[in-house]
Design a protein around this ligand. Sequence first.
Ligand code: FPP
Length: 248
Amino acid sequence: MDLKESINVNNIPAHVAIIMDGNGRWAKQHGEDRIFGHHEGVNSVREIVEACGEIGVKYLTLYAFSTENWNRPKDEVDALMELLVSTISLETPNLHKKGVKLAVIGDIHSLPPTCQKELQESIDLTAGNSKVTLILALSYSSKWEITEAVKKIGRDVEEGKIKSSAINSRLIQENLNTKKFPDPELMIRTSGEHRISNFLLWQLAYAEFYFTDVLWPDFRKDEFFKAIISYQNRERRFGKTSEQLRSN
Ligand code: FPP
């Protein structure tokens, strides 16, 4: 049977977050350079955004460039930035047609100006869409994001805008880059690595994790549907017991 048909339409995660890993290894396996792997990875991005629209996932966050990725060889960083600019420019009309809204999290001001401009144009054009919100994590790390939130709250306390006794998890959440989005219910990492790599540490507190050996350029719709089906077979207890869940 078609994998998509096995999906329970009444239990679709509203928000899926993905660590797209394995582009470099995929390229090596195909006798190509790392950049070729990143280019091929864009095809997976396109398919997964489409798949979200097809099954009703409302938010998709992709870890496209981490704070730590700035430490890669300059050639690779430059190529990734160029790829980002060309992809956003080429894909935006199609995203817009399909009702996708683009959003970005991370230290955006550290990106090259051309990249910031391209992103802003796409964000502005797609602002009214609501079918799927595609959130690109760029120059993002969770420790950076949480540190920025703590600094902002500290300033508000210093300036007398809030009392320190008013600090609670909701206030912290409201000061994160992701304040407008629900927390992901499902986090996927490709390429066989079992790490969280400074990604959405706060927001993934209760997420289900799905790890697959498939490398990102090979992670297409059916692989995504397998992850959704795996999610649907989990029991999400949020600290409660199975018996409590059954009696509710
Ligand atoms: C990880 O693979 C991948 C990245 C650091 C970049 C991801 C970027 C893309 C898929 C293309 C651009 C994306 C968008 C949204 C336009 P890796 O290089 O760490 O692979 P490896 O672990 O095999 O070396």
